[in-house]
Unconditional design. Structure first.
Length: 107
């Protein structure tokens, strides 16, 4: 019985046999604490936030594109559909990483 478990655990005979595991970066659009970076998150990732549906997620992405990224999280209130009450719910769940505009400043 343990041989079957070992074969399954090692992936012997599967499509991934012999391939190295793909490393997962420690941070990105959503970090280990579930905080979402509004400057790099996808629409799908933004939709995981409470009160953010498909339309609001699209508006966040459009604002980010049009403004060159968010400089501070309070700018979320500039997005139609996110008022002060919604923002206060989102505040502990979002972060603002380097925007595209910030990334180009070092040149």
């Amino acid at each position: 019985m343990w041989v079957i478990a070992m074969v399954a655990a090692l992936g012997v005979g599967s499509a991934t046999a012999g391939q190295a595991p793909v490393p997962v970066p420690p941070s990105g659009p959503a970090d280990a604490q579930g905080v979402v970076d509004v400057n790099s998150a996808t629409v799908v990732q933004l939709e995981t936030l409470p009160g953010v549906g498909p339309r609001t997620a699209e508006r966040i992405v459009a604002y980010r594109r049009d403004q060159g990224g968010f400089k501070k999280i309070e700018e979320l209130m500039n997005v139609r559909g996110i008022g002060e009450r919604s923002f206060l719910k989102l505040r502990p769940l979002v972060t603002v990483g380097a925007s595209a505009a910030d990334a180009g400043e070092g040149r």
